[in-house]
Write a protein that binds this ligand. Structure first.
Ligand SMILES: *[C@@H]1O[C@H](CO)[C@@H](O)[C@H](O)[C@H]1NC(C)=O
Length: 799
C-alpha cells in the first residue's frame, strides 16, 4: 500500500498539488503519456523577458483603471502636465482625469448629439446607437483657458470650446453652449474614420473626410483669421482614399516662416497601379504660411508634397517584405526642435505574411526626400519616372521666406511654380528608415502593433529610447534597442509584456508622461494608467537587476530600484549595454545565499521539484549531487525525469534519486543558482509508524480512476503558459476536484485506528511540517550564487 508522507500538510492549495502528484503513482505503470518534452524550452529573444498579467499589474504594480458606463472608445487623449490633468474624448463624453491617478477626481461633460440629428442619421440608414451618436475625435489645447474639441455628432460634425481654467486649482471643466460651431472638415462624419489634426496658434490643420459619404478627403486648415485652405479636390495624385494617422508641426529653421506641418497617412498608391490596389504609407508636408495661389490653386495648398515611407525587411529570396500599413507615429523631441526623431509602427496588409514593425526616421532623411526628384507621369500609358526637366523657381515645397528666397507669400509665386506644384505632389524617392531596417519587429505572432510612445531615459552607460508599443490585444510591450559591438549591430530587447486590459481589446491611443513616469493607454473599453517601470520585479540580487537591462533600474546595494543619474549614491550599479553581472556584481558582498529546501518523495511515486525563474528568457538547468562527497553532475533527463517550464518532474521515484538538486538559470551568458532542493526518498515499504499518519490511506481502493484524472489535470496545468504560480495550478486542480464532489477523496478514519487529522491541522513530526511550509513560502525567493567563470570586463562605452 502506498505511503503518503505529504498528507501531513494542511489542505492548502499547493498541498493539493503534491497530493495530486503522489496519488498519481497508484497507477504509475499506466500513466498516460503526456506531451511534456524532455528538452527544456529554449530561451529565445522573441519572447518577452517578463510577462505581467492584468491581475498582477492591478494588484501589485500600481496600474489604474478607468471605465465609464454607457460610453466607449477612448480614442482622443490630451496630456496637460501643468494642470495635472488628462483630458479624454470618448463616446458622448469629455473627461478630465487626474494624471496622478486616473481613477480619482474625474470631471465629466456629457456631450450627446441633439435628438433631431440622431433621427436624421437614423433615417439615412445608420445605426441609432452605434453611428448616430457623438464620438469625440479631436481634442487640442486652444489658449491659456480653453480647449478645442470636435466630435462626429451623429454624422453632423461639431466642435466646441471647453473652459478648463488657468490653474490646476481652478478645477474648471465646462462647455459654453454659445461657442458650439460646425465641425465640417475638422472631425470625420463616420465614427469608424480617424482624424489626424494639430492646432497651432489659433489654426487647426486636419486630415479628414469632408463629406457625408466619406469620399472627399482633404488636408484642411480652418479656424483662425486666415481663409480656409485645402488640398486639390478629386485628384487622386494628391490624396487617394487616405487614412490619416498623425499630424505634427516641425520648425525648419530659426525663422517661423519656414515652419512646416507634416501629415502621416496611408493611402491607395497611384504609382502602384497595375499591381492591384496597393496601400502605401506616406508622409506629406505643407508650409504653415501657405496662403494658396493667386490665379490657380486658389485657397488650395501650393506647398503640399508627399512621399512614401518605407519600412521593410530583406526576405530570404532577396526580395524585401514591406510593412505597408502605417498605424501610429510618435515624435520624440530632442534638444534640437527642428530635428525630432520619428518613431512609427507599421503592420502588414498581406494575408500571407503577418507581422508588425517599428521604424525610425530622421528629419534629415525626410527633408532629403522632399528635395529629391519629383515623380512624373507623362500620360496614362506612361510609367512613373523621376522628373528630368527644369524645376521652376522657387522650388515647389519651399516656404516663401527670407531664408531661401525673396517671396513674401505663396500668392506671389510665378504661375509655372503653381502649375508644377499642382501636377507634382508626389516625390520619386521614398524615405527609408534609419539603417534601412526596423528597430523592432514581430512576425508570426497573432497580434499586431497599433500604438507607440517613446521615452528617452538617461542610464549609467548612455541614453536609451524606451519604446512602449500598444497592440490590438490589449498588451503593451516595453522595448529597447541596444548596440552590440557598434551602431550597425543592434540588439532588440523585449523587456516586458504587460497585459494592460482584461478584455484584450485593441489599444487605440497612448500618451506618455516622462515627468510623472506614467503611460496612459486608451482602448475601446477603458483607460489604463501604467507606471513606466517596476524595478523590484527583477529581484533583489545585483545579478538579477543587472541581467534585466532595464535603463530605468539599477542595483543600489540592497535591491533593484529606479536609477536617477544625478543622485550620487555609491552603490548604483547598472549595465544596460552588456548586462554582464560578472563585471558588475563581483565582490563578495553582492553574493546571496542560495535558498535551500527539503522535499520528501515516496519511492515509486512521482515528485515535483519546482523552480521558476523570474526571467522568461532564462534557460534552466538542473544539477544533482548524491552526497556532499560525490561530484555534482547534470541531471539526466529521460522519460522518467522530465524538465517542464516550472520545474523537474520525477516519475516513479527510485531510491537513488535522493540527494541534493540545484536549479540554475542561464541568461545572457551568466549562470546563477536559484534554488537547492534536498530530496529525501521515503521507501514505499517503510513502516507507516515512522511517518505522519495517513488520513487517506483507507481510501486507496477504487480511487485509481480519479487519481489518473488528477494526474492528467496536473500535467496539463504544468504546461499551461497562462498559469503563473503553483497557487494557480492548485486552484485549478482544486476547482476541478470540487466539481466532482462524489469522487473527491475525503478524509476518513485511518485504518491504523489513530484519530483522523482534522483538515488544516498539521499532524506528524513538526520538523517535516515546517519544511513543507518553507517550500511553499520560499518558492519565489531568488538568490544567486556566483562562482562564475572569469570573463574579461567589457567596456561600457557612451553612445
Ligand atoms: C480663449 O478662447 C476662448 C474662445 O475663443 C475665449 O472665450 C477666451 O477668452 C480665450 N482666453 C484667453 C485667455 O485668451
Amino acid at each position: 500500500m502506498m505511503t503518503m508522507v505529504m498528507m501531513a500538510m494542511t489542505l492548502t492549495c499547493s498541498s493539493l498539488l503534491f497530493l495530486g502528484l503522489l496519488t498519481a503513482q497508484a497507477s504509475s505503470s499506466d500513466v498516460p503519456k503526456t506531451s511534456t518534452s524532455p528538452t527544456p524550452p529554449s530561451s529565445s529573444s522573441s519572447s518577452p523577458r517578463m510577462k505581467l498579467s492584468y491581475k498582477d499589474l492591478l494588484a501589485f504594480h500600481g496600474v489604474r483603471r478607468y471605465e465609464l458606463d454607457r460610453s466607449c472608445c477612448f480614442s482622443t487623449m490630451l496630456l496637460d502636465e501643468e494642470r495635472g490633468r488628462l483630458f479624454v474624448g470618448a463616446k458622448n463624453f469629455l473627461l478630465s482625469l487626474s494624471l496622478d491617478n486616473i481613477a480619482k477626481q474625474e470631471h465629466k461633460i456629457y456631450w450627446p448629439a441633439p435628438v433631431d440629428w440622431r433621427e436624421e442619421c437614423n433615417w439615412a440608414g445608420k445605426d441609432i446607437n452605434m453611428d448616430c451618436v457623438n464620438y469625440v475625435k479631436v481634442l487640442h489645447h486652444y489658449n491659456r483657458t480653453h480647449l478645442y474639441a470636435c466630435g462626429t455628432g451623429a454624422f453632423h460634425p461639431t466642435c466646441a470650446f471647453l473652459e478648463v481654467g488657468q490653474k490646476m486649482e481652478d478645477h474648471i471643466f465646462r462647455m459654453n453652449p454659445s461657442l458650439i460651431e460646425d465641425g465640417k472638415g475638422k472631425s470625420p462624419y463616420d465614427p469608424r474614420h480617424a482624424a489626424a489634426s494639430v492646432l497651432i496658434g489659433d489654426e487647426l490643420y486636419s486630415g479628414v473626410a469632408t463629406d457625408l459619404m466619406g469620399r472627399d478627403f482633404t488636408i484642411f486648415r480652418s479656424l483662425g483669421r486666415r481663409t480656409s485652405i485645402r488640398t486639390e479636390q478629386h485628384d487622386s495624385r494628391w490624396l487617394n482614399e487616405p487614412k490619416f494617422v498623425g499630424a505634427f508641426w516641425v520648425p525648419e529653421s530659426e525663422n517661423p516662416d519656414d515652419d512646416k506641418i507634416f501629415f502621416f497617412f496611408r493611402e491607395t498608391a497611384v504609382e502602384a497601379q497595375g499591381l492591384g490596389k496597393a496601400t502605401y504609407s506616406r508622409i506629406g508636408q505643407l508650409c504653415r504660411n501657405d496662403m494658396g495661389g493667386q490665379r490657380s490653386l486658389v485657397n488650395k495648398w501650393t506647398t503640399f508634397l508627399k512621399t512614401r515611407l518605407i519600412c521593410s525587411v530583406p526576405g530570404s529570396d532577396g526580395s524585401d517584405t514591406y510593412f505597408d500599413e502605417l498605424r501610429d507615429v510618435f515624435l520624440l523631441q530632442t534638444r534640437d526642435r527642428k530635428n525630432p526623431l520619428v518613431y512609427t509602427v507599421f503592420s502588414t496588409s498581406s494575408s500571407v505574411f503577418k507581422g508588425s514593425a517599428v521604424c525610425l526616421y530622421t528629419m534629415n532623411d525626410i527633408r532629403r526626400a522632399f528635395l529629391g526628384p519629383f515623380a512624373h507621369k507623362e500620360g496614362p500609358n506612361y510609367q512613373w519616372v523621376p522628373y528630368q526637366g527644369k524645376v521652376p523657381y522657387p522650388r515647389p515645397g519651399m516656404c516663401p521666406s527670407k531664408t531661401f528666397g525673396s517671396f513674401e507669400s505663396t500668392k506671389g509665386f510665378p504661375d509655372d511654380v503653381i502649375q508644377f506644384a499642382r501636377h507634382h505632389p508626389l516625390m520619386f524617392n521614398p524615405v527609408y528608415p534609419l539603417k534601412h531596417r526596423p528597430v523592432f519587429l514581430r512576425t508570426n505572432v497573432d497580434y499586431s502593433f497599433t500604438q507607440i510612445a517613446v521615452d528617452r531615459v538617461a542610464a549609467a552607460d548612455g541614453q536609451y529610447d524606451v519604446m512602449f508599443i500598444g497592440t490590438d490585444v490589449g498588451t503593451v510591450l516595453k522595448v529597447i534597442s541596444v548596440p552590440k559591438e557598434n551602431w550597425d549591430n543592434m540588439e532588440e530587447l523585449l523587456l516586458e509584456e504587460l497585459q494592460v486590459f482584461k478584455d484584450s481589446s485593441s489599444i487605440i491611443n497612448m500618451q506618455i508622461s516622462s515627468k510623472r513616469q506614467q503611460l496612459y493607454v486608451g482602448s475601446e473599453t477603458g483607460l489604463a494608467q501604467v507606471p513606466l517601470h517596476r524595478c523590484s520585479i527583477y529581484g533583489k540580487a545585483c545579478a538579477e537587476c543587472c541581467l534585466a537591462r532595464d535603463p530605468y533600474c539599477a542595483w543600489d546595494g540592497t535591491s533593484c530600484t529606479r536609477y536617477l543619474p544625478n543622485t550620487k549614491r555609491r552603490y548604483r550599479r547598472q549595465d544596460v549595454r552588456n548586462g554582464d553581472p560578472n563585471t558588475l556584481c563581483s565582490g563578495d558582498h553582492h553574493k546571496h545565499r542560495v535558498a535551500q529546501k527539503k522535499l520528501y518523495g515516496v519511492e515509486g511515486s512521482s515528485t515535483f521539484l519546482e523552480c521558476l525563474p523570474k526571467s522568461l528568457q532564462a534557460r534552466i538547468t538542473w544539477t544533482y549531487q548524491r552526497t556532499t562527497d560525490t561530484p555534482r553532475e547534470e541531471v539526466h533527463l529521460d522519460d522518467r525525469v522530465l524538465q517542464t517550464d516550472r520545474g523537474l518532474l520525477i516519475r516513479n521515484v527510485l531510491r537513488r534519486d535522493g540527494g541534493m538538486y540545484q536549479c540554475h538559470a542561464m541568461e545572457h551568458g551568466f549562470t546563477q543558482t536559484l534554488l537547492g532542493i534536498a530530496l529525501e526518498v521515503v521507501p514505499s515499504s517503510s513502516p507507516s509508524s515512522a511517518l505522519p499518519s495517513d488520513p487517506f490511506s483507507s481510501l486507496n481502493h477504487g480511487r485509481s480512476v480519479n487519481q489518473k484524472m488528477w494526474y492528467r489535470d496536473f500535467m496539463q496545468l504544468v504546461d499551461h503558459p497562462n498559469l503563473n504560480t503553483v497557487d494557480q495550478i492548485c486552484e485549478q486542480v482544486w476547482m476541478r476536484k470540487n466539481r466532482q464532489p462524489s469522487k473527491a477523496p475525503v478524509p476518513a478514519a485511518p485504518a491504523s485506528g489513530k484519530p483522523a487529522a482534522p483538515l488544516g491541522v498539521p499532524h506528524g513530526p513538526p520538523s517535516k511540517w515546517k519544511h513543507l511550509q518553507e517550500i511553499r513560502k520560499g518558492r519565489n525567493r531568488r538568490t544567486h550564487e556566483s562562482k562564475p567563470p572569469h570573463r574579461a570586463p567589457r567596456s561600457a562605452g557612451e553612445w
